[in-house]
Design a protein around this ligand. Structure first.
Ligand SMILES: *[C@@H]1O[C@H](CO)[C@@H](O)[C@H](O)[C@H]1NC(C)=O
Length: 351
């Protein structure tokens, strides 16, 4: 989602800097805030990548989700904010249908495993763990995700009070991709802003908020879907991710496959890297969506988590990031749009 309003603007896409911060800070979150009644569940949390909870990256969110955390001197000193352009990812979401089906396949394997015997506590706990994900959920924004967005809006508004003045409210412009989780994130963001202007009142429907409703623009926000060279060279090219495929069948993954097969008491050839990865994601989804410690977390130790984190990084590296230069170059249209808005704002200010 892209916010441009108060002479500013919001889009949703990938934010690599935020992901890096997540990895660096989540261990801090674990030591400092345990025992606050928050299920800071897992020693695996630092390896969840893009499925890391925001509060594990920024532990202040648990103390005061709306408080601004920026050095006030930065804004009170010589700088005058003229325009805000924010590129924002969607909030916490459900797994995709593809992931849910793989999880169901895993659950099915557990039901058929030889009963009786050596009694792996983890396997028994997993066989009884309810599968609460259903196909309709297909990557949709969850309530926690709406809250992520509302609180982000409130923090931004508190951080830039002049930009988010009442007079500027009508000039706010949101652009979103057509993905339902992004459209819903935009609406939740606007609801958060509405709460900023009307504290204590329940927010109305987006169409009654007195500002432009979010506009869908996939050419801008899903630039990769509209870049022919990216589609042929990477997206539809079976060999573009060959390093990922190699890693999936390599010795590091094989070790985990053997170990998990033993834990689950299922044949190792009934498992594969994709199923293992879904099991690992389920640990992070159960935590982010339900706030519970899933027994799927107990299948893995920290060394496994490092391997699985690497597998996901490797995939994003080749599919979205540095692996092929077209991956980043496909975002040029979006960045051109952003810089045009900034240039215009500066020009108007100077006049
Ligand atoms: C697919 O990817 C491979 C590996 O990067 C590359 O050598 C090949 O040229 C690509 N094919 C197409 C059609 O771009």
């Amino acid at each position: 989602m892209m916010l441009s309003g108060a002479r500013s603007r919001l889009p949703a896409s990938v934010a690599p800097a935020a992901v890096l911060a997540a990895a660096l800070l989540s261990s801090f979150a674990r030591c400092s805030l345990q025992g606050r009644g928050d299920p800071v569940a897992s020693v695996l949390s630092p390896y969840f990548g893009t499925k890391t909870r925001y509060e594990d990256v920024n532990p202040w969110l648990l103390v005061d989700p709306v408080a601004q955390q920026r050095d006030p001197e930065l804004l009170a000193g010589t700088c005058t904010p003229v325009q805000l352009v924010a590129l924002i990812r969607h909030g916490t979401r459900y797994p995709t249908t593809k992931q849910i089906r793989k999880l169901r396949q895993l659950q099915g394997l557990l039901q058929t495993r030889g009963s009786g015997d050596r009694g792996s506590g983890v396997a028994a706990a997993l066989a009884e763990w309810p599968l609460w994900y259903d196909d309709w959920m297909d990557g949709q924004l969850v309530e926690k995700g709406r809250q992520d967005m509302r609180q982000l809006a409130l923090r931004l508004a508190a951080l830039f009070p002049d930009l988010f003045s009442r007079e500027n409210y009508g000039r706010l412009q949101l652009i979103t991709s057509s993905k339902h989780r992004c459209v819903d994130s935009s609406a939740a963001f606007l609801q958060g802003l509405w709460q900023h202007y009307h504290p204590g009142l329940p927010p109305p429907d987006v169409s009654d908020m007195g500002c432009d409703p979010p506009r869908i623009n996939d050419k801008l926000m899903r630039f990769f879907d509209h870049c022919e060279k990216f589609l042929t060279d990477v997206e539809r090219n079976d060999s573009a991710l060959y390093h990922v495929e190699a890693f999936k069948t390599g010795p590091e993954m094989q070790k985990i496959l053997n170990k998990v097969a033993a834990t689950l008491q299922v044949p190792v050839n009934s498992l594969n890297a994709d199923l293992i990865q879904v099991a690992f994601f389920t640990c992070s989804f159960d935590l982010a969506i339900k706030g519970v410690h899933s027994p799927w977390c107990d299948v893995f130790d920290v060394d496994d988590a490092k391997v699985l984190e690497y597998l996901n990084d490797l995939k994003q590296y080749w599919k979205r990031s540095y692996g092929y230069s077209i991956n980043s170059r496909s975002s040029c249209t979006l960045f051109q749009e952003i810089f045009l808005h900034l240039d215009k704002a500066v020009e108007q200010k100077q006049r």
